[in-house]
Design a protein around this ligand. Structure first.
Ligand code: IMP
Ligand code: MG
Length: 182
């Protein structure tokens, strides 16, 4: 969906934080960097459902190397705007990750608990390498120490929607990223 200036859900208003052009420009840069770093390899790009679907779809089309894709689904948010901190696996990996180069594709890193959970789980499967790419990382929000290998944008600690990110499952299909007007 084309991006309007303001999005409204219930009584909440959201304003543009990152435009469609800025998102696409940054994804092209990430695609180049990842292609260089994985030259001669065929990584498995693991998208974390549902939020990372748009980002993964755009990112893999900016790669000049071959890749495979897989998806997992974990939940920690429900319909709330704050993470419950409890993570459950809803859909597990389909691919065999053993001995492979794994690049996990996330929409946003907030508390970092999801990434920490995924890191542990994937390391148990003995991949050849494991890295993370996240379109967004919230500044100062991490509750655990972690290293995200590729970061699209570092953003203020605000609730955001659009471009895959939702509030009550809505607005994933808008081409820009919006922040809650407080
Ligand atoms: P974390 O485990 O707290 O780092 O949260 C990770 C997941 O929560 C992300 O992959 C998103 O799906 C969701 N999330 C975190 N912050 C936001 C937000 O501002 N808007 C929408 N979803 C979010
Ligand atoms: Mg997510």
């Amino acid at each position: 969906m084309k991006a309007p200036e303001i999005l409204t859900i219930d009584d909440l208003q959201f304003q543009v934080m990152i435009s469609e052009d800025e998102i696409q420009q940054r994804i092209a840069e990430l695609g180049e960097q990842i292609s260089r770093d994985y030259e001669g390899k065929v990584p498995i790009m693991v998208g974390v459902l549902n939020g990372a679907v748009l980002f993964l779809a755009d990112l893999i089309r900016k790669l000049s190397i071959d890749c495979e894709i897989d998806f997992i689904k974990i939940s920690s948010y429900g319909n709330a705007r704050v993470s419950s901190g409890e993570i459950t696996m809803i859909k597990d990996f389909s691919a065999d990750l053993h001995g492979r180069d794994i690049l996990v594709v996330e929409d946003i890193v907030d508390s970092g608990l999801s990434v920490q959970y995924l890191k542990r789980r994937i390391q148990n499967m003995k991949p050849s390498s494991l890295k993370f790419v996240s379109l967004l990382v919230k500044k100062g929000a991490a509750k655990v120490e972690l290293n995200i290998d590729y970061v699209g944008f570092e953003i203020e600690n605000k609730f955001v929607i659009g471009y895959g990110l939702d509030y009550k499952q809505q607005k994933r299909n808008v081409n820009a990223i919006y922040q809650l007007v407080e």
